[in-house]
Design a protein around this ligand. Structure first.
Ligand SMILES: Cc1cc2nc3c(=O)[nH]c(=O)nc-3n(C[C@H](O)[C@H](O)[C@H](O)COP(=O)(O)OP(=O)(O)OC[C@H]3O[C@@H](n4cnc5c(N)ncnc54)[C@H](O)[C@@H]3O)c2cc1C
Ligand SMILES: NC(=O)C1=CN([C@@H]2O[C@H](COP(=O)(O)OP(=O)(O)OC[C@H]3O[C@@H](n4cnc5c(N)ncnc54)[C@H](OP(=O)(O)O)[C@@H]3O)[C@@H](O)[C@H]2O)C=CC1
Ligand code: HEM
Ligand SMILES: [Cu+2]
Ligand SMILES: [Fe+3]
Length: 477
C-alpha cells in the first residue's frame, strides 16, 4: 500500500505486532487493509484460503484458520454470530488468546445474550473484547478521516481491553472505554438505532403538520367546494402546505422556549432549584435542540415556498383576471396604502426572523458550539432565540392584521389559521417579560444560585461536643 510509508505510526514499535483476522468477507477485507496500512502484520484465517487470497493486499498472509490463529495472540472474529459455533474446532489453538468480537445484529435485542457474551461462552479459555462493530467496513477502508472516528470497546479483562484500544489508536480511531462485558449488548444496539433523540421531536412535528394541514384543507379547499361548488384542489401542493409549514415552524419555536418558562415557574413556585422536574419536563428540556432545528427546517421551507407563490401559473391567471375586471369596471386606482405597507413589513420581518434562526442552527453544529464559550452560546441560543420568537410573532401579526375581525375570513366558523398559532408563543413571550421584571428576576437569580425558600442559610459554629447542629438549616453556599 502506498500509504504505509507515510503513516506516522510506522516504526513506533507497536506496529510490528501480528494481528489475526478470522473470516474473509467485507469486514475482514477492510480490516486487513486498514491494519496493513497502519503497519501491522496481518494473518487472515479462511476456510478456503486459496480462493480468497486474491481479495487481500499482498502484504497480508491468507491461510487456513488453524494456521492463522497459531501465529498471533489477537484475533478479530469477522464472522457472523450464526457461524460462531463452526469455529469450535479451533478452541484448543485459540486458548489463552484475545478474541475481538466485531459483530452486529440485524434487530435490537434479537438474542437473549449479546454476541460477545455468546462468543465468550463458546470459548471460555479465551479473553473476549467487544469492539469495532460501530465502524462500517466502508469507514475502515477509507480510514478514520471520513465517518465515525470512535470505537467503543468493552471487556472484563482490563489488559486485553488496553491492547485492543492501542490497536484502534494506531489505526487512527478514538477508542472509548465502555467498561465491562455487560455493556456489549448496548454497544451492539448502537448501529441499529435510528436517530433516537429525534424520534419525539419528529413525531411532534408530524402531528402538528397533520392537524394544521387538515384545518387548512377544510378552510381552503373543502369550504369553497361545499359552499360554492368550486374546485380548489390545485391549492393543496403549495398554498395549503405553505399555510401549514409556517404554523408548524412558529408553534415548534415557541415549544422550544416553553419548557424553560415552565422550569422557571416551578422554581419560583417551590422556591428552590433542588427539586427535580417531573420526567416529562426533563425530557422536553433535553429535546429542545431537535425541536428547534425542526422548527428552523420548516421555516426555511416556508420561505422558499413563499418565494415561489408569485411564479405559479394560477397566480398569473388570477392577475390577468383581476386586470380584465378592472378594465370592465373602469376602476383605475387599486393601490391600497395599508395593504402595501402590511406586506412590505411582514416579509421584511419574516426574513430577519429566518436569519436569526439560521444563526441558532449554525451555532448548534458541534464544531461551532465548541468554539464558543458558555456566555456566547447562551446569548445566541437564549437571547437571540427569544428575539427570533418575538420577530416571528410580529411577522405573523402583521401578516394576519385585521383578518381575525373580518367575518368573511371565518369558514364554517373556523378562524384564520394564524390566530390559532398565536396562543402558545404569546404566552411564552408574556411569561418571559414577567421574568425580566426586576423583583421576579432577582428572586429567580437567587434561587438559581442556591437560595431556598423557608430555609435559612445559617453558619453554625461547632458546638461544645464538636458536632455541627443539624436540623431545618441547610447550607448550600
Ligand atoms: C434553530 C435552533 C437550534 C438550536 N440548537 C440548540 C443547541 O444546539 N443546543 C441546545 O441546547 N439548544 C438548542 N436550541 C434550543 C434553545 O435555543 C436552547 O435550549 C436555549 O438555550 C433555550 O433558552 P431558554 O432561555 O429557554 O432556557 P435556559 O437558558 O436553558 O433556561 C431555562 C430554565 O430552565 C432551567 N433548565 C434548563 N435546562 C435544564 C436542565 N437540563 N435541568 C434543570 N434545569 C434546566 C434553567 O435553570 C432555567 O431556569 C436550538 C433552538 C433553535 C430554534
Ligand atoms: N460489513 C460491515 O460493514 C460490518 C460487519 N460487521 C460484522 O463483521 C462480521 C462479518 O461481516 P461481513 O464481513 O460483512 O460478512 P461476510 O458474509 O462478508 O463475511 C463473513 C465471513 O465469515 C467467514 N466464515 C467463517 N465460518 C463461516 C461459516 N460457517 N459460514 C459462513 N461463513 C463463515 C467466511 O470466510 P471464509 O469463507 O474465508 O471462512 C465469510 O467470508 C459480522 O459479524 C458483522 O456483523 C461489523 C461492523 C460492520
Ligand atoms: C424569508 C423569510 C420569510 C418569508 C419570505 C415569509 C413569507 C411569508 C408569507 C408570504 C406569508 C403569507 C403566506 C400566504 O399568503 O399564505 C407568511 C405567513 C406566515 N409566516 Fe412567514 N415568511 C418568512 C419567515 C417566517 C418565519 C421564520 C416564521 C416563523 C417561525 C414565519 C411564520 C409565518 C406564519 C405563522 C405565517 C401565517 C400563516 C397563515 O396562517 O397563513 N415566517 N410568511
Ligand atoms: Cu445483554
Ligand atoms: Fe440471529
Amino acid at each position: 500500500m502506498s500509504r504505509v510509508s507515510s503513516h506516522p505510526n510506522i516504526g513506533t514499535g507497536k506496529s510490528g505486532r501480528t494481528i489475526g483476522v478470522l473470516g474473509s468477507g467485507d469486514f475482514a477485507r477492510s480490516l486487513a487493509i486498514r491494519l496493513v496500512c497502519s503497519g501491522f502484520k496481518v494473518v487472515v484465517g479462511s476456510r478456503n484460503p486459496k480462493r480468497k487470497a486474491g481479495l487481500f493486499p499482498s502484504a497480508a498472509e491468507v491461510t487456513f484458520q488453524a494456521e492463522a490463529v497459531k501465529k498471533t495472540d489477537v484475533i478479530f472474529v469477522a464472522v457472523f454470530r450464526e457461524h460462531y459455533s463452526t469455529l469450535c474446532d479451533l478452541a484448543d489453538v485459540l486458548a489463552g488468546k484475545i478474541l475481538v468480537d466485531v459483530s452486529n445484529n440485524t434487530e435490537v435485542n434479537h438474542h437473549k445474550e449479546s454476541n460477545a457474551e455468546y462468543l465468550a461462552s463458546l470459548f471460555p479459555a479465551c479473553t473476549v473484547v467487544k469492539g469495532f462493530n460501530v465502524v462500517s467496513a466502508w469507514t475502515l477502508q477509507s480510514g478514520a478521516r471520513d465517518g465515525n472516528k470512535q470505537v467503543l470497546i468493552c471487556s472484563n479483562n482490563q489488559e486485553a481491553k488496553r491492547t485492543v484500544a492501542e490497536i484502534a489508536q494506531v489505526m487512527g480511531f478514538t477508542p472509548v472505554d465502555m467498561g465491562c462485558m455487560s455493556s456489549a449488548c448496548e454497544i451492539e444496539n448502537i448501529p441499529l438505532r435510528l436517530l433516537p433523540a429525534w424520534k419525539i421531536p419528529i413525531l411532534l412535528a408530524l402531528g402538528l403538520f397533520l392537524c394544521f394541514f387538515t384545518y387548512n384543507l377544510i378552510r381552503q379547499v373543502i369550504h369553497p367546494y361545499i359552499r360554492e361548488q368550486k374546485n380548489k384542489l390545485y391549492k393543496i401542493p403549495i398554498e395549503v402546505v405553505n399555510t401549514t409549514l409556517p404554523c408548524v415552524a412558529y408553534v415548534m419555536l415557541s415549544l422550544v422556549y416553553l419548557p424553560g418558562v415552565l422550569a422557571a415557574c416551578s422554581q419560583l413556585y417551590y422556591g428552590t432549584k433542588y427539586r427535580r422536574f417531573p420526567d416529562w419536563l426533563d425530557q422536553w428540556l433535553q429535546h429542545r435542540k431537535q425541536i428547534g432545528l425542526l422548527s428552523f427546517f420548516c421555516a426555511a421551507l416556508h420561505a422558499v415556498y413563499s418565494l415561489c407563490l408569485p411564479m405559479r401559473r394560477s397566480h398569473r391567471y388570477q392577475l390577468i383576471e383581476t386586470a380584465v375586471k378592472q378594465v370592465m369596471w373602469k376602476k383605475m386606482n387599486i393601490w391600497v396604502e395599508e395593504e402595501v405597507w402590511r406586506m412590505e413589513i411582514y416579509i421584511s420581518v419574516g426574513i430577519i426572523a429566518l436569519g436569526l434562526l439560521s444563526l441558532l442552527a449554525i451555532t448548534s453544529l458541534p464544531s461551532i458550539a465548541n468554539s464558543l464559550n458558555w456566555r456566547e452560546f447562551s446569548f445566541i441560543q437564549s437571547t437571540l432565540g427569544y428575539i427570533a420568537l418575538v420577530i416571528s410573532t410580529l411577522h405573523t401579526l402583521t401578516y394576519g392584521w385585521s383578518r381575525a375581525f373580518d367575518e368573511n375570513q371565518y369558514k364554517f366558523y373556523l378562524p384564520p389559521t394564524y390566530t390559532l398559532t398565536l396562543l402558545v408563543p404569546c404566552t411564552v413571550i408574556l411569561a418571559k417579560v414577567i421574568f425580566i421584571l426586576p423583583c421576579i428576576r432577582q428572586r429567580l437569580l437567587r434561587i438559581r444560585r442556591g437560595w431556598e425558600k423557608g430555609r435559612y442559610v445559617k453558619f453554625v459554629l461547632p458546638s461544645a461536643t464538636g458536632e455541627y447542629s443539624s436540623g431545618e438549616t441547610s447550607s448550600n453556599v
